[in-house]
Design a protein around this ligand. Structure first.
Ligand SMILES: [Zn+2]
Length: 347
């Protein structure tokens, strides 16, 4: 497998070390990907600064100007959680540009799959406001790039971050070109993501929310994804799969209450890779969102990268075996999601 990687020192230039979404998150990840055993495995995809026209695929002009006004300033706050520093506007544009270049590389066939190691994260960012550590919605812009520039008709976004991807959901809530699947701790920040939120208008049925009580680990996540993501994806037939990859479901994450381990992220990656193989010539783009336990974040990203590259290759039987050990605590939510969307994906 040819696996691309977006990795750039400039992604450190945003925010402060006292904030959970700190520059230190990527410093330890960079040391890992630069190590001799890893560095030779991946194709570097150089990032670029996204243009205003590209940002406008999701964001309003006035919101882009609001973020631009923070340039050169000290600490500023765009919302109670979302801090900027003097370089944040440029770094956020570089995050978008890195992700857009990764879309081009994956859809253009330069690589089979890719991991964009960018910050700031994006999935809480709305068209006209920042939220939850996110400035511009990297993943929503990536999907728009695939639809508008590459003329794809169906893109799947899988959001396995601990938190609901509310900004991404809002962007495509009335669209049937994007199937948005989010599993998240619930009730929790940002408050949205109830299973009744299933899209609207043309997008009715194209948003799948799986709200979860705390405590889900590898087995439970695999079972939920096998039962809910796999059939919906096979029916939707995406031409590209994008993952909003948060690692705050890690069992030691300071913000989360889930129990996923490093291996668990490799298993989820394999499941999504298997879907990409069946549906869309392996086309898969993984984009970094949250994850605040520094060692856990680095080890988990490494596990995902090695699975993407097929240095490790989790077998389907292994996934089945692990999922079969899931507690029944999440069976009710699986049934409710299936009932709610039985006319669309779970006939
Ligand atoms: Zn998160």
């Amino acid at each position: 497998m040819k696996t691309g990687i977006v990795r750039d020192d400039r992604y450190i230039n945003h925010g402060h070390e006292s904030h959970p979404e700190s520059p230190r998150r990527l410093q330890s990840v960079h040391a890992m990907v630069d190590s001799p055993e890893m560095a030779s495995l991946f194709v570097r995809i150089p990032p670029r600064y996204a243009s205003e026209e590209e940002l406008r695929m999701v964001h309003t002009k006035s919101y882009i100007e609001e973020v631009a006004a923070t340039e050169g300033q000290g600490i500023a706050w765009l919302d109670p959680d979302t801090q900027t520093s003097e370089d944040s506007f440029q770094t956020a544009k570089l995050a978008v540009g890195g992700v857009l270049n990764a879309v081009d590389a994956v859809v253009g066939g330069k690589v089979n799959n890719a991991f964009a190691l960018v910050r700031p994260p994006g999935h809480h960012s709305h068209s006209r406001r920042a939220a939850g550590f996110c400035l511009f919605n990297n993943v929503a812009l990536a999907a728009q790039q695939a639809l508008k520039k590459h003329k794809l008709e169906r893109v799947l976004i899988v959001d396995w971050d601990l938190h609901h991807g509310d900004g991404t959901q809002d962007t495509f809530y009335e669209s049937n070109s994007v199937l948005f699947f989010s599993s998240h701790q619930y009730p929790y920040y940002p408050g949205s993501g109830a299973l009744q939120e299933v899209g609207n208008g043309d997008g009715l049925g194209y948003t799948i929310n799986v709200p979860l009580a705390t405590g889900a680990g590898n087995a439970e996540y695999l079972k939920i994804y096998q039962q809910l993501l796999v059939p919906a994806t096979l029916a939707f037939k995406p031409e590209l799969i994008i993952v909003s990859a948060g690692f705050d479901t890690y069992f030691m994450d300071p913000l989360g209450g889930m129990k996923v381990t490093t291996e668990g992220y490799a298993y989820l990656t394999r499941m999504v890779m298997d879907l990409a193989k069946v549906c869309c010539k392996n086309r898969l783009l993984v984009v970094l969102e949250g994850g605040y336990h520094l060692q856990g974040l680095t080890a988990s990203i490494k596990a995902v990268l090695l699975e993407l590259k097929e240095e490790t290759k989790t077998q389907p039987k292994m996934l089945e075996m692990i999922a079969s050990g899931a507690s029944s605590d999440y069976d009710a939510v699986i049934s409710k999601v299936k009932d709610k969307l039985c006319d669309f994906w779970y006939k």
